[in-house]
Design a protein around this ligand. Structure first.
Ligand code: MOS
Length: 759
């Protein structure tokens, strides 16, 4: 029996910030929106309302494919309080152009249009909306709507249709196609002495944020509509609603001030929004539509994915061939892409590389991004295959990664903008105690449990989009910064206020960051872990413009000590503009002397694409974990996880650690619990509730340690930050799979690794 080390206390280390001063007061302030959230004052989409509001309840199709032959609403309309039943038969007219239906994150294809016709394209498709004076009446009446379908044959089975694979011709913005092959991977694979050839399968998974998707449409006195909607980008939703219903941005505002988690499910406007808008326009009344937990399984998921990974290596562990094929499910409507295989051409050094990605169209709804889309599955397969290769080589799995560590990506030869992955390995291994790992499987046991240690590498893209921000510094020293960003539980309110406070040298309490409103300066959806690099850089940029304006004002004061002062002669600290030598002019005094009630600026942050394109930009992690497997029952407990993350400069280690911990918990879910199972005879997801769709809960989560290794990347963003959000999940399921192998000697290649597979 080996000594199983107890884990270190949970901690995250702040990073020194060269040249920029503190990010904000204190290393890791708690959420500025924490109090309003825990006291129930934060109002989410369904918390808004009006006295004359109608409640909408959605009726969903029960067939996977077909036509609606009859739709009976008399019984529903007879329920007291029911006002209308909207369906394809009586919906209000709206613009129909595909072009204008596309949201900013839409994949190629033709987006689903609720209530547009009698065609049913997937099980769970919304086919009617019941509107009533009370939620109870609407819900009851919805159960009385009857439909008769002329069903058509459907196909929802990916594995039975792999031969129907097609290569998507157009990819969504932000996704690159798999790179061209390099060398001759097939020949190198066949010639190699040590090989791994493994197939992987993962079923669909659903997001399940705590807050259900909901939309509340309110009518203001002047006829203006304000929509409180759960989403990851208020402007993306405003854009779609405007074009679908022919409303200008002056007639319509979308807000998402508070969002109870989304994880990708809110990147696209969901059908509740379009239905609520349709009803509000038809009935000329405020409307609220809230989806049920079951209906949360009817508008997008992480796609079912099949993969094959072939690796070949020399006896010293150097990779000589990497072949990675992935085939994922999509809908008949759209080609949802997440590419899956691309990271396999970036992470390790290899001259012979072939990556292929394809889709199979099925009679289901279009998948949608879910935390680390593509990488969660793709790197799972690669990292389990790497563990198999290490075993075949009789080499330590961490050593194998180090032998193949890449400073440039194998596919295109580009260098990394920064890659402190070696530090992740070193720091993570040290904290975990990896050097005490006995190499052979089944060598650790405690009581009736087999104990295993596994590790894996994680990678996620470090992205930057474009954004605007505005800033107003008031005469009393208050700073208000705004951008139409989102805070989906990630801490945007807090970190943006920190960035502004740090730049201006103001206490955090004096800074307010406004977000979640489509009328604010343009910002992208909160997705891809890019909000800090994007909106954060815009915030820092607008603060710099404000500083330059303050310097001009200070210079122009009569008998100013700042007269003739240059930019390099001043700094901004402790609420004042400070001249070299120490003369400090507090902002309120400066504005008073200048006769100004406030100063304001706007700033457009555009990524420096030409420079960025010369590099691979990514965040990395090294995940180490311990599992205990009950030999009799096949149950797995993940008793220890250490994740060491290199994500550039960390703005707020407390919140970043929360992000990574959440990702690790979800990785435990991916590894052990999560899968949406379809009955292919019905073409329907069957376990659409928390009783049967299992997620990791308290009893599944034990010691988790998150470490941020020092890194600073000014190519990805002027802040040096690279983004933290998705990286937490990547590699976790692979590390668990590899630990299960180490515990039991059983190699599991499909998720979730339920007891029936472990036994
Ligand atoms: Mo995330 S899947 O980019 O919302």
């Amino acid at each position: 029996m080996n000594p199983l080390p107890t884990s270190q206390p949970l901690q995250a280390r702040p990073i020194a910030e060269p040249g920029t001063g503190p990010v904000g007061p204190g290393d890791a302030p708690a959420r500025v929106d924490g109090r309003v959230k825990v006291t129930g004052q934060a109002r989410y989409a369904a918390d808004h309302g009006a006295p004359d509001m109608l409640f909408g309840v959605v009726v969903n199709s029960t067939v996977a494919r077909g036509r609606i032959e009859a739709l009976e609403t008399a019984a529903a309309l007879a329920v007291p309080g029911v006002v209308a039943v909207l369906s394809h038969l009586n919906r209000p007219r709206s613009r129909r152009l595909d072009l204008f239906y596309k949201d900013m994150t839409a994949p190629s294809g033709s987006p689903f249009k609720p209530l547009h016709g009698d065609t049913v394209l997937y099980s769970g498709q919304p086919v009617a909306l019941v509107l009533a004076e009370s939620f109870e009446a609407a819900r009851h009446a919805a159960s009385l709507v009857t439909l008769r379908y002329a069903p058509l044959p459907h196909d929802t089975d990916l594995l039975a249709n792999l031969e129907r694979v097609h290569r998507p011709s157009r990819l969504k913005a932000g996704y690159s196609p798999p790179p061209q092959p390099t060398g001759d991977a097939q020949a190198a694979f066949e010639a190699a002495a040590v090989r791994v050839d493994a197939q992987f399968y993962a079923g669909p998974e659903h997001h399940n944020p705590m807050e259900m998707h909901a939309s509340t449409v309110l009518r203001d006195a002047d006829g203006h509509l304000t929509v409180h909607d759960k989403n990851q980008g208020a402007q993306n939703c405003r854009w779609v609603v405007s074009h679908v219903f022919g409303l200008s941005r002056r007639q319509l505002t979308v807000r998402n001030a508070y969002v109870g988690g989304a994880f990708g499910s809110g990147l696209r406007p969901q059908y509740n929004l379009l239905l609520a808008m349709m009803a509000a326009l038809q009935c000329q009344r405020p409307v609220r539509v809230v989806l049920t937990r079951q209906q949360m399984f009817t508008f997008g998921h992480r796609p079912e994915t099949w993969q094959r990974v072939r690796l070949a290596a020399q006896a010293d562990g150097r990779l000589t061939a990497v072949l990675h094929d992935a085939i994922a499910a999509t809908s008949r409507l759209e080609d949802y892409v997440e590419v899956v295989v691309n990271w396999s051409g970036q992470l390790y050094r290899c001259d012979n590389l072939r990556l292929r990605y394809g889709l199979v169209r099925l009679d289901q709804y279009t998948p949608i991004d879910m935390r680390a889309p593509g990488a969660a599955h793709g790197l799972h397969a690669l990292e389990v295959a790497m563990d198999e290769l290490a075993h075949a080589l009789a080499m330590d799995p961490l050593t194998l990664r180090l032998v193949n560590h890449a400073e440039r990506d194998a596919a295109r030869g580009l260098p990394y903008s920064s890659k402190e992955l070696r530090s992740c390995y070193a720091e993570g291994a040290a904290r975990f105690g990896w050097d005490r790992r006995p190499p052979a499987p089944r060598s650790m046991r405690q009581g009736h449990e087999l104990v295993g240690w596994g590790m894996a590498t994680g990678q996620w893209d470090a992205m930057q989009m474009f954004a605007r921000a505005s800033a107003v510094l008031h005469a009393d020293g208050r700073l208000v910064v705004a951008s139409a960003a989102s805070d989906i539980g990630t801490g945007t309110y807090t970190v943006m206020a920190q960035i502004a406070a740090g730049a201006m040298g103001l206490p955090l309490e004096q800074v307010e960051f406004r977000l979640g409103d489509s009328t604010l300066p343009v910002a992208p959806v909160e997705g891809g872990s890019s909000h800090v690099t994007t909106v954060g850089s815009a915030v820092e940029g607008v603060c710099e413009k404000l500083q330059r304006q303050l310097l001009r004002l200070a210079r122009e004061l009569p008998d100013s000590p700042f007269s003739g002062a240059r930019w390099s002669d001043v700094r901004f600290a402790e609420g004042a503009i400070v001249l070299r030598g120490g003369t400090a002019l507090p902002y309120p005094r400066l504005l008073a002397l200048a006769g100004r009630t406030h100063v304001q600026e706007k700033y457009l942050m555009l990524p420096r694409l030409l420079q960025q394109k010369k590099y691979v930009r990514a965040v990395h992690s090294a995940v180490f974990c311990e599992v205990r497997v009950d030999e009799d029952f096949g149950t797995v407990r993940v008793t220890r996880v250490v994740s060491a993350v290199a994500a550039g400069r960390i703005v707020n280690p407390r919140l970043a650690r929360s992000q990574v911990m959440g990702g690790i918990v979800w990785g435990i879910g991916q590894a052990l619990h999560e899968e949406t199972l379809a009955d292919h005879r019905l073409g329907r997801f069957m376990n659409h509730n928390f009783a049967e769709y299992h997620i990791a809960t308290n009893a599944d989560v034990h010691d988790i340690e998150v470490v941020f290794v020092p890194e600073d990347d000014r190519i990805v963003s002027r802040l040096g930050a690279k983004g933290v959000g998705e990286i937490g999940i990547v590699g976790v399921a692979a590390a668990i799979s590899n630990a299960i192998f180490h515990a039991t000697g059983r190699r599991l290649r499909s998720t979730p690794m339920t007891p029936d597979k472990v036994m």
